[in-house]
Design a protein around this ligand. Sequence first.
Ligand code: ZN
Ligand code: ZN
Length: 274
Amino acid sequence: MRSGGDGIMTVYDQHMHTLFSPDSSEEFENYLKQTPGLMVTTEHLDFNDCFRDGKDTVLDYENYSATIDQLNEKHGNRIRKGIEIGYTKESFDQIQDYLKGKEFDVQLLSVHQTSEYDFLQPVMKEKDVEDVMNEYFPLLLEAVTNFPTANVLAHFDYGIRLFAVSVEQLQGHESILKQVLQKVIDKQLALELNTRSMYQYGNVALYEQMIEWYVALGGKLVSLGSDAHSTDYYAYHFEDAFALLEKNGISSVTIFEKQQPTQLPLSEMKKNVK
Ligand SMILES: [Zn+2]
Ligand SMILES: [Zn+2]
C-alpha cells in the first residue's frame, strides 16, 4: 500500500501515546525506530480529568503539530496526527470548541470517566460489577450517539478493565452493547480491538464476543491499537489479534488519513509484525 511517507506500509498501530499525553513520557523518535513505515499517535483530551484532580488534560496542539511537522521533514512524512477524545456529557461543548480549526488524521472516541471518577481508579474496585456495567455501557452508547466526528470507538471495555467479567456476564448486556455496535456501524466508525485490554487486562474473550456480534450486525470496519504509552507495547500482541480477526472473516483493518478511511490488509502487516 502506498499512502504517504516513504511508501512502505508496515504494522500500523492506531492507538499510541507520547509525552504529549500526561501519562506517557515516550518520544516520537523511539516509535519511529519501531517501524520503517507510517505511524500515528493518539494523544489524550480529557476535560476535568479525574486522574489529575479535575485538571483539564488538553493536548498542546500547536506544539504537537510543530513537533510532527519538524520530524516529518526529517523522516519523510511518516507521522500522522491523532487524538483520543475522552467523552463526557459535561465536556461536550469544550471538546467541540477545542477541535474547531484543528486537523487530525484520526479521532478516537473514548469513555474514561464520569464527572466524579475515572473507571480505572481504585475506588471502582469497591463497586459491584453489574452496577459498573449498568453505568458504563449507557455512557458508551451516549458517546457514540452524540459525538459527531469520531472515526474509531476505542476500548469498549475500559469501564470494566478492573473486573474479571465473564462472557456470560457480558451477554447479560447484549441488548445495549448491540445498540452501541449498531451506532458504530451506522456512523461508519471503526470498532477498536484494544490489544492491551485483550492481552494485558485479560479481556480477549469479551472482544471475541463483541466482534462476533459486530460481524453478525454487518460491521466491517475494525481498528487495531495497542494503547501503548511506551514502545514496550508497540503493536502489542498484534499477531494474536490478526488471528482473531481472520477467524471472524475480517481480512483488513481500517486506518485514517485526514479522517478518511482506507483498508490495510492484514496480509501486508503480517509480513512485518515483530
Ligand atoms: Zn483510553
Ligand atoms: Zn489511550
